[in-house]
Write a protein that binds this ligand. Structure first.
Ligand code: NDP
Ligand code: MG
Length: 385
């Protein structure tokens, strides 16, 4: 029996993690959860999974929750401290980090410190402070098991091989909601259009990131850290069907890929059951004759500026990936609230990168300071648009 702490239980990955857990009651148990402010969904989860500890966003949500439920034998905590308490909950064997954004950084570091393995969906943590997180994980001998489908695919395609034999990692990208539109056609797209992803049903922020291809940029940086791979050995290819989840090329030119119908329950379950493979009932089997033709296309870096910016931030390193991530989080939030246009996201991110003076090897305090500074910079700029 594996006891799990699930951060971000009410979200898209959180919900699918709970579906996986429900399928294997003899293997997985939810020991602790966190959520932000979706109380209705939070209550359903508490009733169904009976966690021992629940962390919520703030005191107000905590009060509302305590008011709505008479919680016996359940401890409710709040804020960042609560999130950290859940992440380090002694009765849990593994942490699934499925919160959205760099708010996931401190809980991740705390879980590493307490020696827990982490199934990591929260890619922003690795982008904003990859050098720091990996250093601590290596020091503690903690495993970071990828939940992101591309990284799970690479992880699976690397099994039984030596990292030094790898010549290239190839991440596939669906191209998001606007894959076939020109930049001209992107000028007036609405929030609703951008949220309409062709292949995956995900949280709002990552769906916008998929449309700009910033998601792929964040994933390039995530792959750099998870697999200790230099940027010149990480490529991206557009693959609109999202059936080939990513590929590894070896020096003998052999390429190993992982395939499946797009469903996050696969990578989530593998991170939880690794190295075992368990039956996964409600995922559609891949029949290649039904898939028919698979398409692959080179990425046009001028069309998808965000991906070029992410490569630049990753290659430069130091504090620049922190700026990339914070600027993007803040800009996407403005777009989702209807305050800026779609193309403003990448121009705001670009202006934040240009304005930043890079600090080599930033410590945690510096990372947090740069994260807040960048958000302020974007908020000011967005107000002028
Ligand atoms: P969602 O927006 O659907 O869910 C985010 C979760 O985090 C919710 O439970 C939310 O709570 C909680 N949360 C948000 N802000 C805070 C906060 N300040 N404090 C505490 N909790 C908070 O996101 P996704 O599930 O789509 O994505 C989660 C992570 O996984 C992201 O990093 C994303 O990039 C990554 N990922 C997602 C994939 C997907 O298919 N969705 C695929 C691959 C990676 P509440 O809603 O209750 O406020
Ligand atoms: Mg992904």
């Amino acid at each position: 029996m594996k006891n799990i702490t699930l951060l971000g239980a009410t979200g898209s990955i959180g919900t699918q993690t709970l579906e996986v857990v429900k399928q294997h009651p003899d293997r997985f148990n939810i020991a602790a959860i966190s959520f932000g402010q979706n109380i209705e969904r939070g209550i359903d989860i508490i009733k169904a999974f009976k966690p021992e500890l629940v962390a919520v966003k703030n005191e107000q949500v905590k009060d509302e929750l305590l008011h709505a439920l008479s919680l016996h034998n359940i401890r409710v905590v709040s804020g960042l401290e609560g999130l950290i308490e859940a992440a380090t909950y002694p009765n849990a064997d593994i942490l699934v980090n499925a919160v959205m954004g760099s708010v996931g950084l401190k809980p991740t570091l705390a879980a590493i410190h307490s020696g827990k393995d982490i199934a990591i969906a929260n890619k922003e943590t690795l982008v904003t402070a990859g050098h720091f997180v990996m250093e601590k994980a290596n020091e503690k001998g903690v495993r970071l098991l990828p939940v992101d489908s591309e990284h799970s695919a690479i992880f699976q395609s690397l099994e039984g091989h030596r990292c030094e034999d790898v010549s290239r990692l190839i991440l596939t990208a669906s191209g998001g909601s606007f894959r076939d539109r020109t930049r001209e056609e992107l000028k007036d797209v609405s929030v609703q259009d951008a949220l309409n992803h062709p292949n995956w049903s995900m949280g709002a922020k990552i769906t916008i990131d998929s449309a700009t291809l910033m998601n792929k940029g964040l994933e390039v940086i995530e792959a750099h850290w998870l697999f200790n791979m230099p940027y010149e050995k990480i490529d991206v290819v557009i693959h609109k069907e999202s059936i080939v989840h990513s590929l590894v090329e070896y020096y003998d030119k052999s390429v190993i890929a992982q395939l499946g119908n797009p469903d996050m329950k696969g990578p989530i379950q593998y991170a939880l059951s690794y190295p075992e493979r368990l039956e996964l009932k409600d995922v559609k089997r891949l029949n290649l004759w039904e898939a028919g033709t698979l398409h692959f296309q080179k990425v046009d870096m001028n069309r998808f500026r965000s991906l070029a910016l992410a490569y630049e931030a990753g290659r430069t390193g130091g504090s620049l990936p922190t700026v990339l991530n914070a600027a993007n989080e803040a800009a996407v939030e403005h777009f989702l609230k209807g305050r800026i246009a779609f193309l403003d996201i990448e121009s705001l991110v670009e202006s934040a990168l240009e304005a930043h003076k890079v600090i080599k090897n930033p410590d945690l305090e510096t990372i947090e300071e740069i994260d807040s500074q960048t958000r302020r910079f974007i908020n000011d700029k967005a107000a002028d648009i």
